[in-house]
Design a protein around this ligand. Structure first.
Ligand SMILES: NC(=O)c1ccc[n+]([C@@H]2O[C@H](COP(=O)([O-])OP(=O)(O)OC[C@H]3O[C@@H](n4cnc5c(N)ncnc54)[C@H](O)[C@@H]3O)[C@@H](O)[C@H]2O)c1
Length: 247
């Protein structure tokens, strides 16, 4: 999809690692000038975008300042990728602390909402519409044992995508998501305690690369996805398509 974002400006949260980092590279290769946002400036800068900005997505003042800096430095805002995410605690729900629950919801739900809230305001002012792609998960649809707080947060993200799309689609701003099964990044490796070992040793039959997911995010932010709004693309190697019928 080389050149599909020529002349456009994109903002990526959680840009310093995993899928966000791959999105910065993909969107840049597609012609966009990309602002890389992450918790600290060095991490953001390591993504190699046109602009690095420190931003904590859980802090509204930080999101307001970062969005304003992107528009001031790069001149406009056309596309947003919301990748900043928190894996949450690994514990059955009855053993999860309120602090751990709040952390995962702060980043995965409030953080996505704040990112979109201020991006949409900037896109409105730009008057050219825009597109937002949010990282949902297969955990938006199905629960995995021991990561219930994360699953609940990603379920909320799916409804946030639908609600944002319903509210802001009429003003020319499309909001969609990508909902993958395991992507080989630091996040699932941390949750699984996998270190540097192959994910296959942890019962994962297949997994995506971060670049493959970045390709889906790019499609959703491109004009080729003009009719897509309020949906989440499930990429799970067919996992959810299969019934539990035992043959
Ligand atoms: N990797 C997977 O298997 C997988 C599968 C489905 C969905 N996802 C989702 O994709 C997104 C990206 O995950 P990843 O695997 O690339 O993770 P990752 O851990 O590699 O990267 C997450 C990034 O988010 C940043 N971040 C965390 N809290 C932040 C905050 N408050 N403000 C700003 N940035 C913050 C981190 O610094 C990090 O750079 C997440 O939303 C995750 O839930 C991942």
């Amino acid at each position: 999809m080389s050149g599909v974002l020529e002349g456009r400006v994109a903002l990526v949260t959680g840009a310093g690692s995993g899928i966000g980092r791959a999105a910065v590279a993909r969107f840049t290769a597609a012609g966009a000038r990309v602002a890389a946002l992450d918790l600290d400036l060095d991490t953001a800068a390591s993504a190699g975008g046109a602009l690095a900005v420190r931003c904590d997505v859980t802090d509204e003042a930080s999101v307001v300042a970062a969005t304003a800096e992107v528009v001031r430095e790069l001149g406009r805002l056309d596309a947003v990728v919301a990748c900043a995410g928190h894996p949450g605690p690994v514990a059955p729900l009855a053993d999860v602390t309120v602090a751990d629950w709040d952390n995962v919801f702060d980043v995965n739900v409030k953080g996505v909402w704040l990112t979109c809230k201020h991006a949409i305001r900037a896109m409105r002012e730009g008057g050219r519409g825009g597109a937002i792609a949010i990282m949902a998960s297969d955990s938006s649809f199905v629960a995995a044992p021991g990561i219930g707080a994360y699953c609940a947060s990603k379920g909320a993200v799916l409804m946030l995508i639908r609600s944002l799309a319903t509210d802001h689609g009429p003003e020319g701003i499309r909001i969609n998501g990508v909902a993958p099964s395991i992507v080989d990044t630091p996040m699932p490796r941390l949750t699984l305690g996998a270190g540097d070992r192959p994910l296959s040793e942890f019962g994962v039959p297949d997994w995506h690369t971060a670049d493959e997911i970045a390709g889906h995010l790019l499609y959703l932010c491109s004009d080729a996805a003009r009719g897509m709004n309020g949906t989440a693309l499930v990429a799970d190697f067919g996992g959810m398509a299969r019934s539990t019928f035992p043959v």
